[in-house]
Ligand binder design. Structure first.
Ligand code: CDP
Length: 789
C-alpha cells in the first residue's frame, strides 16, 4: 500500500489519501451503535417467530407469558389488527405482515412480541406463548411455485389464485429474434444466482421512545435511509412527520440489508406507544439471517448470438425470480427488476431482450440490492458468464473476445439496447491495465506448463459496468419519494465548517470523503469540516445510502453547496478588498486580486467578515452558509476489469483464490485509500458468493442457513492479497466527475472467480457449474454429476 498520505491536520487539501476521521472513535471502541443506546426506564422487546414455513394460525394463547413477573406487554397480530397496524407497505408497493394474523408465510415470520424489563426475560417469555398452527404445504421450490396445484401463499391479496408476483420485460424481442436467426453461433446456458444474505456485522435493531406529553417519537434505528423511513412511518402510523425523529447512529455495515422497514422497527414503535417507555429491539444473528432481506435468488436462462469470429450480435434471457413471501424489494418504483436492464453489460450488442417472471414462495421477503445497484450483480454475472461460454464454444481467448466487443471510448455517451445511457468509459484501457498488472500472457504460459503436469490452474476475467447514483427524479422514486439528495454547509465565524448531508454512512468513510469534497471546493482543511448525517432533525431530506449512490448524489450535493458558499465568499471578498468580482482570482482557500497575490483574503477571513460588523455588498446577508438539493441528471457508470487466478485441487476440488487483480474506474477519485478499502471488501464478498455463500431451504421451507456455522462467510484465510489498479474516466455530468465505487467489486468479482474455476476445469470439458462452487458441488461436476442448486 502506498504511504503518500495527505496531512490529516491543517493543510487545505482536498482529494488524496487521508486517514479516516471516524476511525479514532471506532478503534477505541467509542462508536455508538443501536445497542449502545441506553435510556432511563428502557424496556426490551423480543419477537416470537414462526417455526414452520406455511401454516394457518388457529389460536395464540399469551396468558402464561403475560403472567411472567418481568413482562410488561404481550402483543399478537390480532391486537395489531384492531389498531389497523397488522400490515405495512413494503418499499415495492406490496404489503407485509407486521405480525401474522391469518397465516405464517415463511419460517421465522413475526407472530407476536413480548416487552419485558430485560432482554433475557423477554426471550424467556416467548417460550410461554402457545401458538396453534394448521400446517400447510410449503412452496419452497421456485420452479414449481406457479404450478396450478401449488398452495396460494398470498391469499391475503383479494382475488389472488396463484403465486405470481409480477412480469417484466425489456428490450426489443423482434429485433433480438431476428439477430439470433442470422447468427452463426448461439450459446445458451442455464445459471442460478443463489439466494445470499448481506449479513452485516451488526444485526438490525431499534430503540423507540414515544413522548406522550409532546407527542414526539424518536426512533434510533439501523436504517440506511432515515428520511425515507420517517416519511413512511408518518404515512402508516398517522403520527405527524415533524414529530418523528429518526436517528441512524453508527451502523456496523448495511450492504442493502438495512434499507427495508422490518416488522421489528414497527413493533418497537408500537411497544413504546403502548407502554409509554422507551423500548429496544435487537435481532440476534439467526433472526438476521433467516428473516431480514435476502438478495439475488434469480434462475436465469441466457443466450448469446454471435458470428463465428466472435462478434456478439444479441443477448436474450428469461429469468425466474424468487421474491419470497412478501415482495420486499427496495428498488425505484419503475424498476421492479431493479437495474437488471443493464444485462447487455459492457459490450456493443445490437439487440437485447429479457423476460422475467417473479413469484412468491414460502421464504423470507427481500430481493434487496446487496452491495449493488438494484440487481446489477445478477445482470453482470449473466453476461460475463455467457461471454465465457461463448469463448469456450469458439475456442477463443476470453480476453480477445472481450476486447473485440467492448464499447469503444468514442461511443460514449452510449445508449444500450435497453435504454440506459452510459456516461463515460475507456473500457479497453481499463482491461489492458488489468492485463498489464496481472501479466496475463505470463499467467497463460504458467497455466500451460501446469496443465502439462496435471495441475488445475484457472484464469478468470470479467468486465463490468455498474449504474449507480439513483437517480434522476423524473423516473426514479421509492414509494413516490424522488431520489434526490440535499446538503447544507455552514461556515462558522472562525472558518470551521459543518456539512449536513442526507445520506447515511454504514462504514464507508463519509465523514472523511465528504469533508474532502468540501475542502477541495473551498479550501478549508478536511479536519476543520464536520460531517453530520443520519438524523432527520439535523440533516436535509434525501433518500439515503444504498446502491453506491452517496458520492454520485449526496457527494454532488456537497460539491454544489460548497460552490454556492464560494460564490458568496467571492462577493464578500470583493467588498473586503474593494475590487470588482471580475478582478478576483480563486486559489484554493483564498481570493486574491488579479496580478497581486499579496492582496488576498482567506476563506477564514471571509467567514469572520461575513459574521462581523464590516460592510457587506448590497443584497448579501451576513453569515456564510448555503443549502442545495441535487437532482442527478443521469446515473454514473463506474466500470472495471477483474482478473482472478485460482488453483483447484484435483483430488478434493477445493478452490484456492491465489491472485486477484482489480482495476476500477470510478472517475475522479476522492480518497484512494478509502476506495481501496471499498474494493477489498467487495472482492471478499465476491469470493464468498462464488465459493461458499447460499441461503438454502429444505423441501418444507425450513431455512438451513440460520447461523454463521451454516452460512459461510469468507475470512482473511480464503482471500488473496488483492492487487488493485485504476483508470480515471470522469463522469461528464457529475459536478466533480466522480462515480460511485462502494459496490463495484461485489458486482464485478463473482463472474471473475467462477470464470477462473471453470477455466481451471477445462480439461474436464466443463463449461458451467452453479455458485457456490463448494468442493462437493465441484467434485460432483468434475465427475459428470452436476448437483441441482
Ligand atoms: O453510497 P456508498 O457510500 O456506499 O458508495 P460510494 O458513493 O461509492 O462511496 C464509498 C466510499 O468511497 C465513500 O467514502 C466515497 O466518498 C468514496 N469514494 C471516493 O473516494 N471516490 C469515488 N470516486 C467514489 C467513492
Amino acid at each position: 500500500m502506498s504511504t503518500e498520505f495527505v496531512d490529516n491536520d491543517r493543510k487545505p487539501v482536498g482529494y488524496g489519501r487521508m486517514l479516516r476521521k471516524e476511525d479514532p472513535r471506532f478503534v477505541r471502541g467509542k462508536g455508538r451503535f443501536i445497542d449502545d443506546v441506553q435510556l432511563p426506564g428502557m424496556l426490551h422487546l423480543a419477537l416470537l417467530r414462526a417455526p414452520i414455513a406455511h401454516g394457518r394460525i388457529l389460536g395464540v394463547d399469551t396468558t402464561a407469558a403475560e403472567a411472567h413477573p418481568k413482562v410488561k406487554l404481550v402483543v399478537t397480530g390480532a391486537m395489531l389488527a384492531e389498531r389497523g397496524l397488522a400490515w405495512m407497505p413494503t418499499m415495492s408497493g406490496d404489503v407485509q405482515a407486521v405480525l401474522a394474523t391469518d397465516k405464517v408465510r415463511f419460517q421465522g415470520q413475526e407472530v407476536a412480541f413480548v416487552v419485558a424489563e430485560d432482554r433475557y426475560a423477554a426471550r424467556d417469555a416467548l417460550e410461554l406463548i402457545d401458538v396453534e398452527y394448521e400446517q400447510l404445504p410449503a412452496v419452497a421450490n421456485v420452479r414449481t411455485a406457479l404450478d396450478p396445484a401449488a398452495p396460494v401463499i398470498r391469499d391475503d391479496l383479494a382475488g389472488k389464485t396463484d403465486n405470481h408476483c409480477f412480469d417484466w420485460e425489456t428490450g426489443d424481442r423482434a429485433a433480438t429474434e431476428a439477430a439470433f436467426a442470422d447468427a452463426d453461433v448461439v450459446v445458451s446456458q442455464d445459471m442460478v444466482y443463489p439466494r445470499v444474505h448481506p449479513a452485516p456485522l451488526e444485526t438490525c435493531g431499534a430503540v423507540a421512545d414515544y413522548d406522550a406529553v409532546d407527542g414526539g417519537l424518536t426512533l434510533w434505528c439501523t436504517t440506511q435511509a432515515p428520511h425515507a423511513h420517517r416519511t413512511l412511518y408518518a404515512l402508516v402510523s398517522g403520527l405527524p412527520e415533524h414529530m418523528i425523529r429518526v436517528i441512524s447512529p453508527d451502523i456496523g455495515g448495511g450492504f442493502g440489508n438495512k434499507v427495508p422497514i422490518y416488522p421489528g422497527y414497527v413493533c418497537a414503535i408500537v411497544a413504546s406507544l403502548l407502554t409509554g417507555e422507551p423500548v429496544k429491539w435487537t435481532e440476534d444473528r439467526s433472526e438476521n439471517l433467516t428473516s431480514t432481506a435476502f438478495a439475488r435468488d434469480y434462475i436465469m436462462h441466457g443466450e448469446l448470438a454471435a458470428t463465428r469470429d466472435g462478434r456478439i450480435l444479441a443477448i436474450r434471457t428469461r429469468v425466474l425470480a424468487d421474491h419470497g413471501a412478501f415482495n420486499g424489494v427496495a428498488a425505484p418504483t419503475n424498476y421492479p427488476a431493479g437495474f437488471f436492464g443493464v444485462f447487455t453489460g459492457s459490450y456493443d450488442i445490437r439487440a437485447a431482450y429479457c423476460a422475467m417472471t417473479a413469484v412468491y414462495t414460502n421464504k423470507a421477503p427481500g430481493g434487496v440490492a446487496y452491495s449493488c445497484s438494484f440487481r446489477i450483480t445478477e445482470a453482470v454475472y449473466l453476461i460475463e458468464r455467457l461471454v465465457d461460454c461463448l469463448a469456450f464454444e469458439l475456442e477463443l481467448d476470453p480476453v480477445e473476445l472481450r476486447l473485440a466487443n467492448l464499447l469503444r471510448p468514442e461511443q460514449f455517451p452510449y445508449t444500450t439496447r435497453t435504454g440506459w445511457v452510459y456516461d463515460s468509459g475507456n473500457y479497453e484501457a481499463t482491461l489492458r491495465e488489468a492485463l498489464r498488472i496481472a501479466d496475463y500472457d505470463g499467467l497463460r504460459r504458467e497455466q500451460r506448463d501446469k496443465r502439462a503436469r496435471g495441475e488445475l490452474m484457472g484464469i478468470g476475467v470479467s468486465f463490468f459496468t455498474e449504474a449507480v447514483g439513483a437517480g434522476p427524479r423524473r423516473d426514479m422514486d421509492i414509494m413516490g419519494l424522488g431520489m434526490a439528495d440535499g446538503a447544507e454547509l455552514r461556515v462558522h465565524p472562525t472558518g470551521k465548517a459543518v456539512l449536513r448531508v442526507s445520506c447515511q454512512t454504514q462504514g464507508q468513510g463519509h465523514e472523511t470523503t465528504f469533508a474532502q469534497i468540501v475542502a477541495e471546493e473551498i479550501g478549508i482543511p478536511p479536519a476543520d469540516i464536520k460531517v453530520v448525517h443520519g438524523d432527520t432533525d439535523q440533516t436535509p431530506f434525501g433518500l439515503g445510502t444504498y446502491g453506491s449512490r452517496s458520492t454520485s448524489v449526496s457527494g454532488a450535493a456537497a460539491a454544489m453547496v460548497a460552490r454556492k458558499v464560494r460564490d458568496k465568499a467571492r462577493l464578500i471578498a470583493s467588498a473586503m478588498l474593494e475590487i470588482s468580482v471580475a478582478d478576483l482570482v480563486w486559489d484554493k482557500g483564498s481570493f486574491a486580486v488579479v496580478g497581486d497575490p499579496t492582496s488576498c483574503v482567506t476563506i477564514q477571513d471571509i467567514a469572520m467578515h461575513a459574521h462581523g460588523t464590516g460592510e457587506l455588498p448590497d443584497g448579501v446577508e451576513g453569515s456564510l452558509e448555503a443549502q442545495v438539493h441535487y437532482n442527478p441528471e443521469n446515473l454514473t457508470y463506474p466500470n472495471g476489469a477483474y482478473i482472478c487466478v485460482v488453483d483447484v485441487d484435483p483430488d478434493t476440488a477445493v478452490v484456492t483464490v491465489r491472485r486477484f487483480v482489480a482495476v476500477d474506474d470510478c472517475g475522479t477519485r476522492i480518497n484512494p485509500m478509502i476506495i481501496e478499502g471499498q474494493v477489498h471488501r467487495g472482492l471478499t464478498d465476491g469470493v464468498g458468493m462464488a465459493l461458499m455463500e447460499m441461503i438454502a431451504f429444505d423441501d418444507d421451507g425450513n431455512c438451513l442457513s440460520g447461523s454463521l456455522m451454516d452460512y459461510l462467510l469468507p475470512s482473511a484465510l480464503e482471500v488473496p492479497d488483492w492487487q488493485t489498479g485504476f483508470t480515471v474516466t470522469p463522469s461528464p455530468h457529475h459536478p466533480i466527475g466522480a462515480k460511485g465505487v462502494g459496490e463495484s467489486a461485489t458486482v464485478g468479482s463473482p463472474p471473475a472467480v467462477v470464470n477462473a474455476v471453470m477455466d481451471a476445469l477445462k480439461p474436464y470439458g466443463l463449461r458451467h457449474a452453479d455458485m457456490p462452487l463448494t468442493p462437493s458441488r465441484l467434485w460432483e461436476a468434475m465427475r459428470g454429476n452436476p448437483q441441482p442448486p
